[in-house]
Every structure is written in structure tokens, then in C-alpha cells.
Design a protein around this ligand. Sequence first.
Ligand SMILES: O=c1ccn([C@@H]2O[C@H](COP(=O)(O)OP(=O)(O)O[C@H]3O[C@H](CO)[C@@H](O)[C@H](O)[C@H]3O)[C@@H](O)[C@H]2O)c(=O)[nH]1
Ligand SMILES: [Mn+2]
Length: 752
Amino acid sequence: MENSLPLPLPLHTCHVHSFSILVNRSHALLHFTALASLIFYRASFLFTRTNPILPWLLVFAAEFLLSLMWTLGQAYRWRLVSRTVYPERLPSDDKLPGIDVFICTVDPDKEPTVDVMNTVLSAMALDYPPEKLHVYLSDDGGSPITLQGMKEAWRFALWWLPFCRRYDVKTRCPKAFFGGSDEDLHQDLRSPEFFKERKNIKEKYENFKEAIIRAKEDSNLYGNAKSSTPRDHPSVVEVIEEHPEDSPQENQVKMPLLVYVAREKRPSHPHHFKAGALNVLLRVSALLSNSPYLLVLDCDMYCNDPTSARQAMCFHFDPTFSSSLGFVQFPQRFHNNSQKDVYDSEIRYIFSFIPLIQMAWNGFDGLRGPILSGSNFYIKRKALCSGSRPEGINLEEVKSTFGPSNEFIKSLQDHKHNLMINERNSMEVAKVLASCAYEDETKWGEKACFLYHSLVEDVFTGFTLHCKGWRSVYLNPRRPQFLGTGITSLNDRLVQGTRWAAGCAEICFSRFSPLIYGPQQRMSLLQTMGYAEVTFIPLLYSTSVWCFATIPQLCLLNGIPLYPEVSSPYFSVFLFIFLSALFKHLYEVLTDGRPIRTWRNEQRIWMIQSVTCQLYGTLDAVMKLLGLREASFMPTNKVMDGEQMTRYEKGVIDFQASTMFVAPLATIAIVNVASLVGGIIRMVIVGDWRRMLGQVLLSCYILVMNYAIIEAMVIRKDKGRIPLNVTLLSVAFSVIFLSFGSIILIMSEMAF
Ligand SMILES: O=c1ccn([C@@H]2O[C@H](COP(=O)(O)OP(=O)(O)O[C@H]3O[C@H](CO)[C@@H](O)[C@H](O)[C@H]3O)[C@@H](O)[C@H]2O)c(=O)[nH]1
Ligand SMILES: [Mn+2]
């Protein structure tokens, strides 16, 4: 069947980036040769040394681990592609399939209701036939404010949607549209009526916002006697539909289906965070609309371009690969990234839009598709719900996987429109599907649909889809299709990083570890390597960076050389590897049109994350493995604090973060300063600089890159500095480390 009917004009094209590929592969060859000689040098000198073996082995291990990471990372530099779509070539609207949009929210304090509703509105306003669009909001907080917000959003949408359609508005998130800087205003074609109506709608938007804020204030006043809490509430499923008299008539405005879902939560039942919420939406939506495609959005990720659905359909409509296509992933980009993004909250290396050098997800796309990234993807319902349901399997087995609901099982078999919405008992069935006991003794989250095994449910679910043979594609058009709220504080960054690291490490330590599970499932070598790199990051970066940040310094202070002498040819090998890695990164940043500052920021945040959140995440995963700790998902804060925001805009790191995060940074900085000063004094006295130069350079590099930490300890006076007590604590840690370390070194030297 496939390939038999080629379309006259392609719906999409794929561009292979030959120049980047050439650069990457040549660099990989050179760098790899140097790494091989480094390992040869270390291995061959292993048995002939007279120095203490322990530090030597430690740095060798660190070098080996970093080399391994680098090698695995070449997988997604191997074949870079980018894609272009031609939605105007899609068949007519009546042939388009239905889409269910899933939006998740959990905490109305950290995720302001007005912003969540803006996301809802932007999804309702997608440029897609409204009768084929169904928007579901999962409210894990079970908060009456959010339900109220949905009703207000619906009322406002009765005005907003016709306005967007009539004037072909590009930015359909009202907050962004009224925020000012919008191309919609600059179009010369805009008529006076447009501006008149805009004013009118803006008024309605202000009323909508006020209504939500008022509802929130009222609930703060009267809501003390709460019968339900975010962790303990019954299920609520409500289709929002209401046509107030003063709004346009029902038959005049076609509206998508809008459904509010708060699943039941009980302290006795694990709720599995976002993956649990998505699975409930999968079930409830199967009952009400059962669309073959789903769009998943975080509550802060609004649709910035209404055409994303049609763009995604360009792939799903291509007969040559639609049958194996699991999902279309769009990047996560953010509306509030500063030019001096000190926390790299845009995650440039994965998502940046770069015409010349394409980034990690483009590299994965050249293999069998990008990693599922939590939000902004159009996924096929069948990809999530099949696989665990081979054809011909008996009903009992299907029920043991998907639970007892006959209505749900029926929806699996019939992917056509299965609108139960008008049936009287449908809401009752929906509530059962959203109850927390429904998944008891089923395979939900274990084998079926969004998986619970890891805190990064997205990476893990996507990985198993790829293992089952589904492919994905990545689309990164110039105009961001979705925009979210990026992180603006160090603490938020590291809290989020700890969760991601724990999730990746969980995969790494399990039987699903890509290097083992991938080949078992016949995943290609390069794709396996790519996934392995991602899940190894926490363990391998934390151990190796901690090593590099402390062991050579301790040895420098004690006059123990760890690197070849300057005159040895191997010294140049080390120097080459160091510079080659730095310059490759610098090249990638500069060809992206970014300043050198971005390079420094990324190097620095890599080191900061490696010694903090990557370590804590790894420990979290180990403790979970040992049964000492339960997984927890602390949602990222989406409220912007004014003062913090100002510092972020200025590119100044805000160290008002947990001591657990700041103390390791300060300790490492102090250890490096002390060792460098002590080591240089010692070198001058003894005169052995040729043997110690490698270590001196390493320390200098760490200190230059992390000057901001020293500045925050000794120079800064603002609120974002490192507090004195944390500095003192770090001094104590450094003294302990350097003195105990020196004793161990001396003792092991004597033992030789
Ligand atoms: O118990 C929970 C916890 C979170 N969420 C929602 O999950 C989404 C993502 O949570 P957020 O706090 O924004 O976490 P981030 O770290 O910013 O999210 C990234 O990382 C997650 C995995 O850790 C992915 O699911 C996300 O898509 C990805 O954007 C938000 O809409 C939350 O409302 C729930 O619905 N229930
Ligand atoms: Mn988020």
C-alpha cells in the first residue's frame, strides 16, 4: 500500500545539513583520536607510577567517563536534519482528523489561573475546524478557582474566538496579544473596525481577568473550611458550556469542546504526577471525543501560532510514513528569556532555532526522531494505547491492561468519532474513569500509555515508543509555535534540574537502561547511544565534574603532579582535548549568532548543575532504588518575582537558593582559590612548575568561569549575594576537605 500513491506535491520536505555534518564528523574524528591517545597514555602508565595511585585513578576515571559521554553524544551530531511543511497542500477541512488537546495544571499559586486560562484560550483558538477540536484541562489541584477560571475563559472565548477568526489574528493567546509587542498591530491592512473591536475585546479581557482575581480573593476569604485539598479530593468532570444572554448566540459562534477534569486523589493512592493526570485525560477524552491525535501542553505553554495543528498534520497525512509516525515534537521556547540568560533557561543546546548549525533534537531527528519533550507534541492516540494490545488478544487480557470499563475498551476498538457526550450517564462513567482506584491492578503507567516508572515521564514514554518502532519528527519553524514561561532563578533551575536528573538516573539504573534495553528491542546503535547519553548525564557528569573540581587541586597543593610534564608530547594531547572541546562549543555558540557570553554562561551552568542537581538527582534515584525515598514532583514556579527578574535581566546570578545548592558551589570555589594560591607558592619555592602546569591551568579555568561565585561571596552586597553563613560553612567544608585529603595523600604516599 505505502508508496503506491505518491502525492503530486510533498506535504513536507527534509533538509540534510551537509556542512554541519562535515564539521561535526571531522571534529569527531580528530577529537576521538586525541581521546584514544589520552586513554592509552593513562592505561600504559598505570603500572609504572610512583605517585599515589588513588588520585591518579580518580582523574583517569573522570577522564574516561567524560570521554564516554562525549562519544555517546556524537550520535546526535552525526546526521542533522531540519524540516519544512506545506500545510496549504493539506486536504480540505472535512477530511482532517479530530484533535484532543490536553493541558495539565496542578497548583493555582505557582501556576497563576489567568495564565493557565490564557493557554486554554490559545488552544481553543487554534486554526482548526472547531467541531474537531476538544480542549481538556486536568486540574490536579482540584481547585474551585480553576473550575471557575474555565467558566470565565469560556465566556470570554465566545468573543475572543470570532475576533481571532475574523481578523486572522496570529497571536491567539490574549495575554500576549494585548501585551503589545505584536505583529498583529503592525499590519497595514488593519481597518479602523479592527482597532475598535480590539478595544472592545480588551475590555472584556480585563473583566475576565478581574473575575478570576475576585474569585481567588473570595476563596481566600471564605475558603478556610475546605472539604477537599490538592492531595485529597473526589473526581470532577464538567463540560463547560453556557451561553449568557449578552454573548453572541450559540449558532453564531462555533466553539470547540471544553472539558474540566479533576481526577480523584487520595493520600492512600499514588497519583503519579503529570503522567497520572495525562492517563486520566486519555480515558476521559476517549469517552467524550476519542480523537485520533492528541496535543499535550504544560499549563504555561501557550500556542503562539494557530497553525501548529495543520503543520503537524502534514506529517500525519504523508502516506509514506504516517503508519510508523508516533508524534510530531515542537520545541519548548520561552517568551521571557533574557539576552543574558545566565541560567540557560532557554536550553539553547536542545531547542534553539539555528538556521546554520542545528541542535540536539535535529540530530535525533536524523536518527529516528526527537525525544518526547513533555509539552508541545502532537501524538497519535494509537501509539500510546496500542503496542500493549496486539490484535486478536482476548477481552480479559485487554481488561487486565486497561481496566474494567467497557466504554473505554470500546473506544480502543473504534477510533472514529465516539461522542458519548450527549448520553445521560456519560458523566458518571467519566468520573469512574477519573477515579484513583480505576488503575488498581491494571497496566496503566506500567505498560500502557504515559509511563510512571520515571519522573521524566516524557523521556521514558518516548523512549519506549521508539523501542516499539514508532518514529517521531521535529519541527522548529522560525515563528515559535508554542511559548512558555522560562525559569528566572537559580533555585528554580536547580530544583527542576534535580527532578530531571532523578528521572534520568532512574531510567539509567533500571532494566530499561538504554544501553541494555535498546539493543534488546533492536533500536539502532546511534539512537541507543543518544538515549544513553541523556540518561547517563546525572551520574557521569556529577561524578566526573566533582572529581575535576577537587582532586587535581588537592594534589596541586600537595605538589603531586597528575598530568604530563610540559615537555612531554602527551601534554599537548591533554591541551588539545581541552581546547578542542571548548572551541567546538564556542563555534556552535558563535554560529548561532550568540555572543561569547552565552558560551561562558553555558559552561558555567553546566558545571554548576553537575556538582549540584545532577548529584542530588542521582542520589535521589539511588535512594528510590533502595526503597528509602518516594518520588516527588515539585512543580516549577511560574510566578515571576520582580527583583529576581531584574537580576536575571541584568545577567546577575541570584544566589538566594537553598544552602544545599549554594554551599557546594562556594566550597569548590574556595578549594580552588586555596589550592591555586598554595600551589603556586609551593611551585615557586620548589621550582617544579613544568610538572604542575596542567593542574594550575585547570584551576584557573574553573575560577575564571566561576568568578561570579567568588564575587557573590566577597564583593556583592545585594540580596542575591551568597550569605555570610553559607560562606563560612563552605570555608569549614574546604578546610576539612583539604586537610583530610592531604593526610590521606601523605599516608598513601608513605604506603608506596
Ligand atoms: O503532579 C503534577 C505535577 C505537574 N503537573 C503539570 O506538569 C506540567 C509540567 O510541570 P512543571 O512544573 O512545569 O515542570 P517542568 O520541569 O517545567 O516541566 C518539564 O519537565 C517535565 C518532566 O519532569 C515535563 O513533563 C514537562 O513537559 C517539561 O516541560 C505542568 O503543567 C504541571 O501543572 C501535573 O499536572 N501534576
Ligand atoms: Mn514548566
